[in-house]
Design a protein around this ligand. Structure first.
Ligand code: AMP
Ligand code: MG
Length: 428
């Protein structure tokens, strides 16, 4: 019997397929991750919370838009027959019986032989069938001279010409943009069903780490990863809690993780999963039978861990500490999981093909993700490698917008060869 606060309900040892014979592939771990995490429940969320989330219902309109015939111009509501002959040479003269403002429409009917001032958006009075814009009149107050004839129905926005009652406004699965939210509000919806955003707790491990703003010692470095990963989680649409630094102490790591489970739908840790003497994450979690640790045939990002901990079987990603490895691991494993939890498809970011502008080399048996910059010229896509393959090269990562994916069996690519490219900043 284990007494760890991180132990889940007992069960068979869980791990990715193929985990017993050496490194597993990216797909084997990702399939295991996507088989483990589940979509979060959907509920009616306030519109502004729903921006960027896929809607979990077909939304139909319960009203028409416009809701009533209204004026498209500032001018005069008229009976078309009265003004049909109006011209500059023979203007038509009509008495003005009142004024109709948007939201101030006391005058609701118009008799033949009269006109009413009307403002944009104000309801067309019964009996009127055209609006004469100010520009075609002398803008008279008690009577008006009209020097140009509108067509029948001109400058009248007809009830329901935009949206009819019952129209499908947004289909289930659509990711909500500001335009969708504007439409939903315009038909009176203040909430819309979406899945909860996953709450992602980010923990950095390492006794060498200091938070930005603190003083550095001769052997310490700033913790970039908790910002990198928390920001990546937020950019994916999740709610990120950046817990910050946990020192290389198994007890303190276990305690910090256990404390965070109450508010976590997902935990992401960085560091402490390699073969070093102070790899506390592995140390703390390796005894938990629902956790898996092992090598993945990729570079960077070889040491990985994933599983579930605690009573609620909270998914935990234990990413390697090198910043580029950490970020790549997020992109390859965590991002698809967060998207599945939010009900977003596709889970995995689609890739494109591009010509590599410079030759590159890659180790055999591992899928390499090189950093690069994507460009298009005269209909041809190019990708330029940026920096070397070192997984500490954060400066290069920051100016990259693409990952060059060199397959396991490929050890070199010549300039001009076509390669798979993941564009990191393109929404999908
Ligand atoms: P680890 O996976 O803990 O062995 O860390 C591998 C390398 O990444 C070491 O050089 C660490 O100092 C560095 N590293 C670990 N965590 C972070 C972090 N949060 N921010 C920046 N570098 C880190
Ligand atoms: Mg470490």
């Amino acid at each position: 019997m284990t007494t760890s606060p991180l132990a889940g309900s007992p069960g068979p040892t869980h791990g990715p397929a193929g985990a017993d014979d050496g490194p597993i592939t990216v797909e084997q771990l990702r399939d295991h991750v996507l088989g483990t995490v589940q979509p979060l429940p959907a509920h009616a969320q306030p519109l502004m919370e729903a921006l960027g989330l896929p809607v979990a219902e077909d939304v139909h309109s319960t009203i028409a838009l416009p809701g009533f015939d209204n004026s498209a111009m500032d001018g005069y509501a008229v009976v078309h027959r009265d003004v049909a002959t109006a011209s500059a040479e023979y203007p038509v003269h009509l008495p003005v019986i009142g004024e109709i403002g948007a939201g101030q429409a006391r005058l609701t009917a118009l008799a033949e032989g009269t006109a009413a001032k009307i403002m944009t958006g104000a309801p067309i009075p019964a009996g009127s069938d055209a609006v004469v814009p100010y520009e075609w009149t002398d803008r008279g107050e008690s009577s008006v001279w009209i020097s140009q004839a509108p067509e029948p129905g001109q400058h009248v926005r007809v009830r329901g010409d935009d949206i009819a009652e019952g129209d499908l406004l947004v289909e289930a699965g659509t990711v909500l943009t500001p335009r969708h939210l504007g439409l939903l509000a315009a038909v009176g919806r203040d909430r819309v069903r979406c899945r909860q955003r996953p709450r992602v707790v980010v923990l950095s491990t390492g006794s060498e780490l200091r938070d930005a703003g603190q003083e550095l010692g001769h052997d310490s470095i700033y913790d970039g990863n908790s910002y990198l990963l928390a920001a990546a989680a937020r950019a994916a649409g999740a709610i990120a809690y950046r817990v910050g630094i946990v020192p290389d102490d198994t007890g303190r790591f276990t305690e910090a993780l256990a404390d965070q489970l109450v508010r976590a739908d997902v935990v992401v840790t960085s560091g402490g999963v390699s073969m070093g003497d102070f790899d506390v994450v592995k140390e703390a979690l390796r005894g938990i039978e629902t956790m898996w640790f092992g090598p993945v045939a990729m570079q960077p990002g070889k040491p990985q861990g994933f599983g579930t901990v605690g009573e609620d079987a909270t998914p935990v990603f234990t990413l390697p500490g090198n910043p580029v490895s950490s970020y790549l691991s997020f992109e390859v494993f965590v991002l698809p999981a967060l998207r599945k939890m939010m009900g977003m498809t596709p889970h995995v970011r689609p890739s494109v093909r591009a010509r590599v502008t410079h030759g590159v080399t890659s180790p055999p048996g591992r899928r390499q993700f090189l950093r690069g910059s994507y460009d298009e010229d005269a209909g041809t896509a190019y990708v330029t490698p940026i920096g070397g393959s070192g997984s500490h090269l954060l400066g290069n990562l920051a100016v990259s917008d693409a990952l060059i994916v060199v397959p396991e069996e490929t050890t070199s690519l010549d300039a001009g060869e076509t390669v798979e490219v993941i564009r990191m900043d393109v929404p999908f």
